[in-house]
Design a protein around this ligand. Structure first.
Ligand code: ADP
Length: 299
């Protein structure tokens, strides 16, 4: 009686006291195969779940603190710069109209940066909270990409940059997507090739093809490439390879993390390969669908 009932109940009692103190690491060993034994098994399951939730909560809080620290730092830098330039103008340090124009230009650039950071943060937080509304529709990928690529081609040609687009798909596959959001992903990736690529000498080679149930868009640039030890980190939020240099390039460190989340919301993914000194290739993959019609969905 003592072994089957009193000892296990006493252990259970101690376990409950530990949980009440916030110690979820408890696990009660037992060899009783009666109702009390089942109760102890349920207790152990509950303690393990509480422990998992606690770990997740701690990770979430850590992420949140890092996010706030990053945002504060990223906002403080341009705001301090704006304040400094305004003070200089106010104190009469700027005497020539050219200098004034220069200062105003820097102020404008910093306000644009803040605006961009806030837009990216807003989008990122909506994605993070699964509150971004998607207008999904089933479309033929060929025409969609043709239109989109014509837009980029025009922009590139206007700037004298190289742009090549090849459609290697055999049939007009159907893909379910939100056009505005996929445009945004492509815009972020191509925008990076422009930002980090050789100025005036950039050449993009883009290829559309089908592989293993996915429509793939490979965007290859002839930029600086990404070091092997950094490549896994570029999709992390706020990660920049060269944070000093990228400040001048309106970089928020959020573009690729947003792209990754948007692709995931489409059931797709984004991959990268890169050779240092030769260039990088970002591949966007969207699942091929055969369904017709449209349906809005929330991610
Ligand atoms: P951002 O460009 O705003 O800094 P991203 O999340 O878009 O943020 O990119 C993260 C980092 O990855 C960039 O800061 C840059 O260092 C690197 N990167 C992204 N795309 C390229 C590219 N095409 N070539 C070289 N480096 C790149």
């Amino acid at each position: 009686m003592e072994k089957r009932i009193f000892i296990p109940i006493s252990r259970l009692h101690n376990g409950v006291k530990e949980i009440a103190k916030g110690n979820y690491h408890v696990k009660i060993d037992h060899t009783t195969f009666n109702e009390i034994g089942f109760l102890i098994d349920s207790f152990n399951d509950m303690a393990a779940k509480l422990q998992r939730n606690e770990t997740l909560k701690q990770e979430y809080e850590e992420n949140w603190k890092t996010l706030i620290a990053n945002i504060s730092h990223d906002l403080k830098t341009p705001i301090t710069a704006i304040g400094g330039y305004i003070d200089a103008i106010h104190d009469g340090v700027v005497t020539s109209p050219e200098k004034l124009d220069q200062y105003l230009h820097v102020i404008k650039k910093n306000t644009l940066y803040i605006n961009r950071l806030i837009d990216d943060l807003f989008l990122f937080s909506k994605l993070d909270m699964h509150q971004l509304e998607f207008q999904m529709e089933s479309i033929g990928i060929k025409a969609f990409m043709d239109d989109l690529m014509a837009e980029f081609r025009f922009e590139f040609e206007e700037r004298g940059l190289g742009f090549q687009y090849t459609d290697d798909t055999d049939v007009n596959y159907k893909v379910t997507l939100d056009g505005k959001r996929i445009y945004q992903v492509i815009h972020n990736v191509i925008g990076n090739s422009v930002k980090y690529g050789p100025p005036g000498n950039l050449c993009l080679k883009i290829r559309l093809y089908q592989k293993a149930g996915f429509i793939c868009l490979a965007i290859q640039d002839n930029g600086p490439g990404i070091p092997e030890d950094k490549i896994t980190r570029i999709f992390d939020r706020f990660y920049r390879i060269d944070s000093e240099r990228t400040k001048d390039l309106m970089s928020t460190g959020l573009g690729l993390s947003i792209a990754k989340e948007l692709m995931a919301a489409h059931g797709g993914k984004i991959q990268v390969t890169s050779v240092l000194g030769e260039g990088s290739c970002f591949t966007l993959m969207l699942p091929i669908s055969s369904e017709e019609g449209s349906a809005p969905c929330i991610f």
